[in-house]
Design a protein around this ligand. Structure first.
Ligand SMILES: [Zn+2]
Length: 161
């Protein structure tokens, strides 16, 4: 049985917990931008329920052009107004360099990717940079934006000043 077969079977089990249909617009008018890290169960650690928030995830929780696209849809079509960023300790992008990433891709595929991985050295600085990008995006109507770092060793969320 593959991992995906296990997931499909798990969904059958989960139907017993399915809360039923809820509106498409997030009830708490919040969008979460977070890293894809497998150790961050965002709904649980943020106290979110089904239908409460949009959750945008990518490697590093970076604010890319596609993140801005999703936030614009979230805000203008579905009414969210707050954004919370969730980066974390022990991030894969905090441990690698752009050159290591490009070299690894090239070694495996023969091609160097044209885009950066988003590697960073300063965790809090990376959160602040993400906040700045969202604040400066001219087509967003964000009313509140806050940045956090999740500690994968303790489960605690720390706000970045
Ligand atoms: Zn990460």
């Amino acid at each position: 049985m593959s991992e995906i077969d296990r997931m499909l079977a798990a969904n059958e089990e989960w139907l017993g917990e399915f809360p039923g249909p809820v509106p498409v617009a997030p009830a708490r008018k919040v969008a979460v931008v977070a890293c894809m890290d497998s150790r961050m169960p965002l709904f649980g650690l943020l106290g979110l329920a089904v239908g409460d928030a949009h959750v945008l995830r990518n490697a590093g929780g970076l604010v890319t052009e596609d993140t801005l696209r999703s936030l614009a849809v979230s805000q203008h079509l579905l009414g969210t107004r707050s954004v919370v960023l969730v980066h974390h300790t022990d991030c894969g992008l905090n441990k690698a360099t752009e050159e290591q990433f490009r070299a690894a891709v090239e070694e495996a595929t023969g091609v160097r990717p044209p885009w950066p991985a988003g590697a960073f050295t300063d965790l809090d600085g990376d959160v602040r940079e993400s906040i700045r990008r969202i604040r400066e995006a001219p087509y967003l109507v964000t009313e509140e934006i806050r940045g956090t770092v999740y500690d994968v060793a303790t489960g605690r969320l720390r706000e970045v000043a």
